[in-house]
Ligand binder design. Structure first.
Ligand code: UT7
Length: 325
């Protein structure tokens, strides 16, 4: 039997050149490198210059992914952008990226699941490819969180940053329908709106102004470890796997302590965890594709490797996914 699989054939990324270190932040808010490093693992982050938009970061990451997948933009019939920091309320920022790439066929739209956005977008793209209506997708996570943090709130402004990552997802036949296939193998998505007040932006069309990011950090931390841990345990048990079967764990990069706690809970060897939070901070929907591409670029992730990704974001939204590179 030969089945359709959505296979990632290339990845790419783009980071704004402006590096802001913890020491730089300590000059603006009441914080220290020691506090940020010990509580989060973050050492530096990238911040987009004024006038640089989420679509600019997303377009650059998409171009990099197209090049690395050896795919021409004209072959793309689906663009899904995960972002919580769109250029405008409408049209979608994916539309702008579509135009920037010179693509005039197929469709493009945004997915909003905050830090889980890339996981959601990849799942939606996989389902659209599996249904047979689309053949080649670009799935992007791009954010300019520097625009929605309150630069006077030391509890949040030191955590978030800007960047973009992307993958090319191609519908390919030849899968056997087993875990040995290349491509997306499993996805587990969850949300629970009862927690919407733990991590949110206090602005929008229903309020006055754009607003700022607000977070009950300690509560979010606890929910992240327990909800992500449960989602991964379900992913492993649904597929008859143990953490030993995972080649690379590419988590959402919110806080090194969350990554360590989740890895410990699922008994995963820490050498298999891809960590970029020290240099990227929390780039929300961009963090997973940025980390993924980092590990592809330096040769850690190789064809045939089994990859586990996970995230938790505002909502809460959360989940996990397994794919074979
Ligand atoms: O991606 C979406 C998901 N987001 C997350 O997963 C984030 C989850 N939460 C976290 O990562 C952590 O809760 C934080 C890193 C946000 C905070 O770490 P914490 O260990 O939970 O610290 P805390 O909020 O309990 O604050 C401890 C102390 C407080 O002072 P007092 O009340 O003990 O005197 C804060 O005022 O640290 C103080 N503080 C800071 N001090 C220096 C808070 N922010 C800072 C700062 N610099 N930037």
């Amino acid at each position: 039997m030969s089945i359709l699989r959505s296979v990632i054939t290339g990845s790419g990324s783009y980071l704004p050149p402006n590096i802001v270190t913890n020491a730089d932040l300590a000059k603006k808010v009441d914080t220290t490198d020691e506090w940020i490093t010990s509580r989060t693992g973050i050492k530096e982050r990238r911040i987009a210059d004024e006038g640089v938009l989420t679509s600019d970061l997303g377009t650059a990451a998409a171009k990099d992914a197209l090049k690395n997948a050896n795919v021409d933009a004209s072959e793309i019939d689906l663009i899904i952008l995960a972002t919580a920091t769109p250029n405008r309320i409408f049209p979608s920022t994916a539309i702008t990226i579509q135009a920037n790439l010179g693509i005039t066929k197929g469709c493009a739209f945004d997915v909003q699941a905050v830090c889980s956005g890339f996981l959601y977008a990849l799942t939606v793209a996989d389902n659209m490819l599996q249904a047979g209506n689309f053949k080649k997708a670009i799935v992007i996570g791009a954010e300019t969180f520097s625009r929605i943090v309150d630069w006077e709130d030391r509890a949040t402004c030191v955590l978030f940053a800007d960047g973009a990552g992307a993958v090319i997802l191609e519908s390919q036949t030849g899968g056997e329908g087993t875990l040995a296939d290349r491509g997306v193998l499993y996805s587990h998505l969850r949300s629970d709106g009862r927690y919407e007040d733990m991590l949110y932006v206090d602005g929008g069309p229903g309020k006055s102004g754009t607003g700022f990011l607000k977070m009950a950090g300690k509560d979010v931390f606890k929910h992240a470890v327990s909800k992500i841990g449960s989602s991964i345990e379900q992913a492993l048990s649904d597929n008859g796997l143990t953490s030993d079967d995972i080649d690379w764990f590419v988590p959402h990069q919110a806080n090194k302590r969350i990554l360590d706690a989740v890895a410990k809970r699922i008994k995963l060897d820490e050498d298999k965890v891809v960590v970029t939070v020290h240099k990227h901070a929390n780039t929300s929907a961009a963090s997973i594709p940025l980390a993924l591409h980092d590990a592809v670029l330096d040769g850690r992730i190789k064809k045939g490797d089994l990859i586990l990704i996970e995230a938790l974001g505002g909502g809460f939204t959360w989940g996990s996914m397994l794919f074979r590179w």
